[in-house]
Ligand binder design. Sequence first.
Ligand code: NAD
Ligand code: MG
Length: 385
Amino acid sequence: MNIERVTILGSTGSIGVQTLDIIRRHPDRFKVASLVAHSRWEQLAVQAREFGAESVVIGDERHYENLKAALADTTIKVMAGSEAINHVAESYRSDTVVNALVGYAGLHPTLLAIESGKRIALANKETLVVGGDIIMAAARRKGVEILPIDSEHSAIMQCLEGEKRKSIRNLIVTCSGGALRNHTLDELKDVTPEIALKHPQWSMGSKITIDSATLVNKGFEVIEARWLFDIEPERIKVVIHPQSIVHSMVEFTDGSVKAQLGNADMHTPISYALLYPERAAEAVEQFSILDYPTLTFAEVDRVKYPALDIAYECLKRGGTAACTMNGANEVAVAAFLGHKCGYLDIVGAIRYALDNATFTQNPTLDDYDRANEEARELARRYLKL
Ligand code: NAD
Ligand code: MG
């Protein structure tokens, strides 16, 4: 069997570290080509040594000298900055790129990796939220596979195995409800980052944990599903499922519904994406349905969670709308995490940006870059940053 060379963008994060756990278990299948992180250079150096990476990139150039010194006794090539991230994303030295970066920063590397014919294991959903049209068009043109790492999309992909497109009626995306699911509408205004960061089921990076609390994350997942599975937005439904055991479902025309279940452990979707179409024995806790005698489902409260409808609205408008939503959200979440704005200001900033941004119906990559910058500027103005 050929050894697959894997580059991980965001190797020091929640998904990155779990991706390395899977790679560690399959030395006969995978070899690490490049590892990329933003600022945690010590952790990056340790990872690079353990996995014998060929090269490493630190996004924040201020840490270049430290990283270089930490790896001075090795042959590992050390680089820094966003150009270097783009370089390793498209380098011939890897077969697969795992994109586990956060936010808009994921778009260009994904596109470059697709253009150079690599398989993509995609955790960075923002890539599809902002530029799903150009990403999917490029993947089709290049015959490149995009394998979702997001648990809901992994579940849907598993449910669709062996099925025909015309048999699909609806995709049903499940949603835990996030950290604030038991808060009333009135209590939301006083929510602090510390409260919103306590996700009941999943341990994840801070940005996605806040996005899960606002349901921006679920809105993004609807957009992600629209592009990955090429399905009309009206046929993508969201249901609250507080136990996070059913990771998503597909409803078929004959009345049958398929669901994928398991513990809330990202090792499983990561393993599925990396080893597809095979399944490997992973060191995850065995799932027992008897531990969950009561699985519950409910409608989403659209008043408490306006972000979900905003995401559908962006899909309906198309063009740069979702890119604007994403850019404003990134700025607002960072501000909220830094105690510079309130919880409700996150959706406020998104709304303001969407109402005031320049809209482009058929955007190029440059248009997306401009829309992203403008959305960030509008959010900063709204939040008085
Ligand atoms: P995280 O914050 O834990 O890790 C992010 C990683 O990317 C880190 O290694 C960081 O150094 C790096 N990074 C971020 N911005 C960068 C930049 N501009 N340049 C270089 N490196 C950069 O985040 P995470 O929770 O692992 O999430 C990663 C992506 O996966 C996000 O898009 C998230 O929505 C998605 N995702 C995560 C989970 C999860 O369980 N954590 C589940 C589904 C989807
Ligand atoms: Mg998800």
